[in-house]
Design a protein around this ligand. Structure first.
Ligand code: BGC
Length: 612
């Protein structure tokens, strides 16, 4: 897997062009201040953002009160097309009569102070066309004029520059309770009790399959007891015994986790699974294409043969004391923002298969009290530009709002899964200037707002909270292979006054180009898994098991649906996605997921922090 820097995240011309074509949200914003009755001036602004696919939609609305404080409100609007229907709504009581839709406040969001806002939404259906309504009214007063206050801030704007410490968009209140959110854990915890951060105070499950592979390599026993992700990368992996590096099935892992939990005294145990089998999987690359295709009934099969079966196993009461973390679908939703020029991604968007698949998984897993969902959120070298950052966050928000539990169906997000982006660049940040020039204009940074993964993950969390996710969400960062130690690691900032030379000599990420993602030469093991390592970060985790290939260096027949992606071929001179550079991939790699001894040995040698 792991295409990283996607088209649309490289060279600014390419990026802008693709993103313009890939905008998902149909936006409509209207603002008004209208004096009504003698005692209350209603003034409002409604933002309507629809994610749509053939026949379906998931819509988020932000209602902003620009007038006098409201205690109770009803929103109305008219669908322009008579086929448009609300099928299920959240955060309001929804009704539809003919084309007219009514959403009435619930108790917790009925009071809207001046300047306050609330997020509501619905899933719906349509045929023919799906135009955006324009006649929003609050308590019968149209929201379509000049705001009352002289300078109301806009609602969430994707173009707000994301600096390393961006301030959240002011208009959306992150503190609006969507429903009770779990409060930070208080110790002592009861076994099996739901907690805010499932990594806090817990041991991590050691996957015996991976551990044996690691221990069989020289020096590998130094890390063979680390906790790594268990990838359920095809239907057959549920029962196990299949190809690749994993022989144990989901039940066997959970049984073994119960055993490890019993053996470690009173500490809870966290086991991490990767849910990775969407139809049209890895739609913008080839190395991790999967077994299901949208055109071959893949979404229905994903639900019934994959998610249902896994959820059934995880809900077995004998596993109820474990903390089960599910990493949800690597590299899926952001491909709908940045890569819809690729047919497999366009199909994933137009059919709604990715959104509905992820919603289905979240619904099933969030119904199990001891399961914690973290959605994959790419990495800074993919989503770090404004054009990708805001729209991806909004797509996550609309997708999660459309689940039965809304924002409570996720515990957080993970970045850098199976990628190589450095956790922190110690010798410069996005604000560093060299001889009056920002490092952002260097070829390496290419105007990205982030130069490393920690700053990106923290800023992305802030953005998600500004869109309505609760403050309790936490981030994970996959640090399994982003160590960049060894002899080529810079030990001080460069003294060059040329911005490109400065960045190239100072950066610890030694890739040829930040768009390279396959079996990277020179990489090392990163931070060992640990809980609460930095503000907003639930844990550093090893989700990609070090030593498992990202993709084969040449075409290899297999029965897993895996393709051959030339980004894994060290002789390939690249494409627009990596600035036409060499790929930096190690030679002689097996198919993705299979054990790659040479890579594991290099990761050990270049570990950072170094192995003691
Ligand atoms: C592969 C999966 C594998 C995972 C972990 C992905 O790149 O597509 O088959 O389980 O990596 O190694």
């Amino acid at each position: 897997m792991r295409s990283t820097l996607r088209p649309g995240a490289v060279g600014s011309a390419v990026r802008r062009g693709l993103v313009a074509a890939a905008v998902l949200a149909l936006g409509s914003t209207a603002a008004v201040a209208t004096a009504t009755s003698a005692n209350a001036a209603v003034a409002c602004k409604v933002d309507y953002s629809a994610n749509e696919w053939q026949g379906g939609m998931s819509v988020n609305l932000t209602i902003q009160n620009l007038g006098d404080a409201l205690n109770g409100w009803t929103l109305t609007f008219t669908f322009p097309n008579s086929s448009q229907r609300v099928t299920q709504g959240w955060s309001a009581t929804w009704n539809q009569s003919g084309n007219t839709v009514t959403a009435t406040a619930l108790d917790w969001n009925r009071s809207l102070p001046t300047g306050g806002s609330t997020n509501i939404g619905f899933n719906g259906s349509w045929s023919g066309s799906n135009p955006t309504p324009t006649d929003f009214k609050i308590n019968g007063v149209a929201c379509n004029g000049t705001p009352q206050s002289p300078s109301p801030s806009p609602t969430v704007s994707p173009s707000v520059p994301q600096s390393p410490s961006p301030s959240p968009s002011p208009s959306v209140s992150p503190s609006v309770p969507q429903s009770p959110t779990p409060s930070p854990s208080t110790s002592p915890q009861q076994p099996g009790q739901r907690v805010d951060n499932p990594y806090d105070g817990a041991d991590g499950y050691v996957n015996p399959d991976w551990s044996a592979s690691a221990a069989s390599e020289p020096g590998g026993s130094a890390v063979a007891n680390e906790s790594t992700g268990v990838w359920i990368d095809r239907i057959a992996a549920i029962t196990g015994g299949s190809a690749g590096n994993n022989s144990m099935g989901v039940r066997e892992h959970l049984d073994e986790a119960v055993r490890q939990d019993a053996a470690n005294g009173s500490k809870p145990l966290t086991i991490q699974f990767v849910i990775y089998n969407l139809p049209n999987r890895d739609c913008s690359a080839l190395a991790s294409n999967g077994e299901l295709k949208i055109s071959e009934n893949g979404l229905a099969r994903y639900k019934s043969e994959y998610i249902d079966v896994i959820a059934d196993i995880m809900s077995d009461p004998k596993y109820s004391q474990l903390r089960i973390v599910n990493i949800i679908e690597i590299d899926s939703l952001p491909n709908l923002v940045t890569n819809t020029n690729i047919p497999a991604c366009a199909e994933a968007k137009n059919t709604g298969a990715y959104v509905q698949g992820v919603q289905y998984a979240l619904d099933k897993f969030s119904a199990i009290p001891n399961v914690y969902n973290y959605i994959d959120a790419g990495h800074h070298g993919w989503l770090g530009w404004d054009s990708n950052f805001g729209p991806s966050a909004e797509l996550f928000a609309s997708t999660v709002r459309g689940t039965a539990k809304g924002f409570n169906s996720v515990t957080g997000f993970i970045t850098n899964t199976a990628n190589y982006s450095a956790l922190q660049e110690p010798f410069f940040n996005a604000n560093t200037t060299v001889n009056g020039q920002t490092v952002r204009q260097s070829k390496w940074v290419d105007w990205n707002w982030y130069v490393d993964e920690l700053s990106f993950a923290q800023a992305f969390r802030t953005k998600l909270i500004s869109l309505g996710f609760p403050n309790s969400i936490g981030m994970l960062i996959d640090t399994s292979r982003n160590g960049w130690g060894g002899p080529n690691r810079p030990t001080a900032a460069s003294t060059s006054t040329d911005v490109n030379t400065f960045v190239n000599e100072s950066r610890v990420d030694r890739r040829i180009h930040a768009g390279n993602w396959c079996n990277q030469s020179g990489a090392g093991l990163g931070e060992r898994p640990k809980a609460n390592p930095a503000p907003g970060i639930d844990a550093y985790v090893w989700i990609k098991p070090p030593g498992e290939s990202d993709g084969s260096s040449s075409a290899i027949d297999n029965d897993e649906g895996k393709g051959f992606d030339r980004m894994c071929d060290p002789t390939y001179t690249g494409n627009e996605r990596n600035g036409n550079n060499l790929t930096g991939a190690l030679p002689n790699a097996p198919v993705s997921g299979h054990w790659f001894s040479a890579q594991f040995r290099e990761l050990l040698a270049n570990a950072y922090p170094p192995l003691s």
